[in-house]
Design a protein around this ligand. Structure first.
Ligand SMILES: Nc1ncnc2c1ncn2[C@@H]1O[C@H](COP(=O)(O)OP(=O)(O)OP(=O)(O)O)[C@@H](O)[C@H]1O
Length: 786
């Protein structure tokens, strides 16, 4: 049984044969005395806490933590084993051997100081003391190893796996798995995968305990310990998704376990990257002792890791980048005292082994990286969408290479010399437009605002290279925000209907070839569409997007808040634990109801912890709600995006590709039913036809100031005309001029119709298309004549 009143005494009485060892131990003991007081508490608290101490490098060497667990017994050798009331020291007293004679100076007393004694400790307490901090650190990215060492039957398996019969007696492994999954569940943004392996080393042979067909005794077993760039690993060892119970019960508790060493490893991965390997070793070791002696001696250069499979496998766990905790299981009975002494010596040496744990990358950082990655993904999707809209699915957003520049230059030159009819590359086309500031003209009879917007867009993009609009709009109307502008336009439309007018500034003069307009690019058309027909759906899309971004930001900050609360809670729990320990050591007072009396500080800590827990719970619920909202908004956004694109495609084809007359024919009551003319057959004026038409128009309207001459310029595709225009009819198609009301260019409008009744029409628009698809020579009038 425990001897709580035993005085802790740090003394070392040695025997001759152990003199050398004793000197070394004394030297170390002195050093330890100096460092210990400052160091010990901080090391333990660092290991047991989630947080890094401020101002301290996490690369500072850390000792292996050594705990001793005493197996409960009714025959505790009180006279031989004395447990210190500090719960850290243990003394062994062995009576002098009578064989030693009168001069018997063999050592009889040994005193050991470790990081903690676990006597009559529940499984829960063992886990809290030994493993919880290490697992928390594993979740922050540090590899960790928990080892159990001790005499056969001393309780290693019980400590590691516990008993299957009683839930509360589950051991470190199931509790660690539970803690990992619980913590992972709190980081909803991160997918955490836990995989396991279970290795047995028996007579220097390796066995995969999770490969049913390859258990011990199977000749096919081909496992070997390897040194890899990522550290030591066992080649051929199977790694499984985290369902362990069945297999462990089959293999883990075999009868010969006392002669074997078992290493259970958990690999914690977040989003594909192996983060942590938390290993558990549960068997007594012999080569390990030599290794530990070597590791504990700073003067030793060679560390004999490779002398056994076990020590080789443990290379990264001892003295490496790993947090290591040792539990030494001992018996409390007198008959085992020699073995107990040897186990405690091992524990003390292990306690001197240092390591420099380095994180693989903490989850908390991972969470923020995840948010940024999602943002990048979102932006990429938008870029792809834009690319699709501009038919630039293969568009590269990188600067052009020299070869690409040369290709563009050569194509442009060929095109300008008339060597080629079309510039193949769509990207070349778009760059051409932007380089030469070319504008477009649209065969549109109904959308006056369309042109106006295009003009505004161009101005916006090119820094007001065009002359200001002469539509009578005052300056204030030009400086309106797009949304306000759109609202007012809408109102204007409602009040005055379609205000297509001849005064619009988009009408180019024939002298000014700069104003010649190539066809509208899809990108520009899309911008326009978003402000007009697609305005509502675009608004919804934007609203959803705004909500989505807002929720993502919020969820990120809530996640951070939760993490910080968690850290605070851990801090308070530690403080409470310290209070509890102190209380127990100093003796507890009870009130009349038998309840322990606590001091004010402890009470306020309890209240604070309660408060934090509530906040944590609320934060967690909010995070889950936000997650659901984010998912929902994302779906809505996707739907809106699809709808926006599909409606735009229809709008674009109708407004840009279809000439006015075809559109008119497609209107309800028109003579062409939708679908009769494939939209892909882009209607464009054949160049020859158009040239002739321009000439006819010029001669037909020589002296009418209100008439506008079609533009001429360098954009003359030299396609062969196959059309057969009816010139007599063409002569009749002129733009209605306010001063010449009897003349109309619309074939559907009889001559002499008053101007106010003439539907809006433009003859100065010409359709020039440069793209990789060949469009059939086809003209508006031929279409109408069908
Ligand atoms: N702290 C404890 N409380 C209750 N029972 C214990 C405790 N420690 C060990 N035992 C019991 O003692 C027996 C032996 O323990 P265990 O199998 O864990 O020893 P071991 O060190 O793993 O032995 P071996 O090296 O031979 O495998 C088991 O029945 C176990 O349940």
């Amino acid at each position: 049984m425990a001897t709580p009143d035993a005085t802790p005494e740090l003394s070392l009485v040695g025997s001759q044969e152990q003199e050398q060892e004793k000197e070394q131990d004394q030297e170390q003991e002195k050093e330890r005395e100096q460092d210990e007081d400052q160091d010990e508490e901080s090391i333990i608290s660092l290991l047991l806490s989630d947080t890094e101490p401020k101002g301290k490098s996490h690369r500072a060497p850390k000792r292996v933590l050594a705990f001793v667990r005493v197996k409960p017994t009714a025959h505790f050798a009180q006279d031989m084993i004395r447990l210190g009331s500090d719960n850290k020291s243990i003394e062994i007293y062995i009576q002098k051997s009578p064989r030693g004679g009168a001069v018997n100076n063999s050592q009889t007393d040994w005193s050991f100081k470790l990081d903690g004694l676990l006597h009559n400790a529940s499984q829960e307490m063992v886990y809290e003391t030994v493993a919880k901090g290490l697992v928390s650190r594993a979740l922050q990215g540090y590899n960790g190893t928990i080892m159990c060492y001790g005499q056969t039957g001393a309780g290693k398996t019980y400590t590691m796996t516990g008993t299957a019969s009683e839930y509360r007696n589950r051991g470190i492994i199931p509790r660690a798995i539970q803690q990992i999954f619980k913590s992972a569940a709190e980081f909803l943004n991160i997918m955490v995968a836990v995989r396991i392996s279970y290795l047995e080393i028996y007579n220097e042979a390796l066995f995969d305990l999770l490969a049913p067909a390859l258990g011990r005794g199977c000749k096919d077993n081909q496992l070997s310990v390897m040194d890899g760039p990522q550290g030591v690993y066992v080649k051929g060892l199977s790694i499984h998704p985290g369902e362990t119970n069945r297999v462990i019960s089959e293999h883990g508790l075999n009868k010969n376990s006392s002669r074997s060493h078992c290493i259970f490893t958990m690999y914690i991965e977040s989003e594909g990257q192996v983060r942590v390997e938390a290993s558990y070793i549960n068997k007594s070791l012999s080569f390990l002792e030599q290794l530990v002696i070597a590791l504990a001696d700073p003067r030793r250069e060679h560390i004999p890791f490779r002398q056994s499979k076990l020590t080789h496998v443990l290379k990264d766990s001892l003295g490496g980048k790993c947090n290591t905790v040792l539990v030494t299981n001992i018996y409390g009975e007198a008959e085992h005292v020699e073995e107990t002494l040897s186990s405690l010596r091992f524990a003390t040496r292990m306690n001197w082994v240092t390591a420099e744990p380095v994180p693989n990358g903490p989850f908390y950082q991972e969470a923020s990286v995840k948010v940024l990655e999602e943002e990048i993904q979102l932006l990429k999707q938008e870029l792809i969408m834009q690319g699709n809209l501009t038919s630039h699915s293969l568009m590269s957003y990188n600067p052009l290479t020299t070869a690409q520049r040369a290709e563009i230059k050569s194509q442009v030159q060929k095109y300008l010399r008339g060597v080629i009819e079309e510039i193949d590359e769509e990207e070349v086309e778009s760059r051409l437009w932007s380089k030469y500031g070319l504008r477009y003209m649209i065969e549109s009879g109904s959308s006056s605002t369309f042109d106006l917007h295009v003009e505004e867009e161009q101005e916006h993009m090119e820094g007001s290279r065009s002359p200001p609009p002469e539509t009578g709009q005052d300056e204030s109307s030009q400086s309106k925000t797009p949304s306000k502008d759109l609202e007012e336009e809408e109102e204007e439309k409602e009040e005055g209907g379609d205000q297509d007018s001849d005064e619009e500034p988009t009408i180019p003069s024939s002298e000014d070839s700069q104003d010649l307009r190539p066809p509208v690019s899809k990108q520009e058309a899309f911008e326009l569409f978003k402000k007009e027909s697609g305005r509502e759906i675009h608004r919804i899309f934007r609203d959803n997007k705004r909500i989505l971004i807002d929720r993502k930001k919020r969820s990120h900050s809530v996640a951070q808040q939760i993490n910080s609360l968690k850290q605070q809670m851990e801090g308070i729990k530690e403080a409470l634990e310290a209070h509890k320990q102190k209380r127990r050591q100093e003796g507890e007072y009870m009130d009349e109801k038998g309840q322990v009396i606590i001091d004010e500080e402890e009470f306020s800590l309890i209240l604070k912890l309660k408060e934090l827990k509530e906040e944590h719970r609320a934060g967690f619920t909010e995070l889950q709600d936000l997650k659901a909202e984010i998912q929902y908004c994302q779906q809505l956004m996707d739907k809106c995006r699809k709808r926006l694109i599909s409606e735009f495609e229809i709008w674009y084809n109708e407004n840009v590709h279809l000439p006015k007359a075809v559109k008119k024919a497609l209107e309800p009551g028109g003579n062409i039913r939708p679908g009769m003319i494939p939209l892909k057959r882009v209607m464009c004026l054949d160049e020859d036809v158009q040239d002739k038409f321009e000439r006819v128009q010029e001669t037909a309207l020589p002296d009418c100031p209100g008439s506008v001459k079609p533009s001429t310029g360098p954009w003359r595709p030299s396609g062969k005309s196959t059309g057969n225009p009816d010139w007599s009819r063409l002569r009749g198609r002129r733009k209605p001029c306010p001063s010449c009301p009897s003349r109309s260019l619309d074939p559907s409008i009889p001559e002499g119709m008053p101007p106010q009744e003439v539907p809006p029409a433009r003859i100065h628009h010409r359709f020039i298309k440069i793209n990789s698809r060949k469009s059939e020579p086809h003209n508006l009038w031929a279409g109408r004549e069908l």
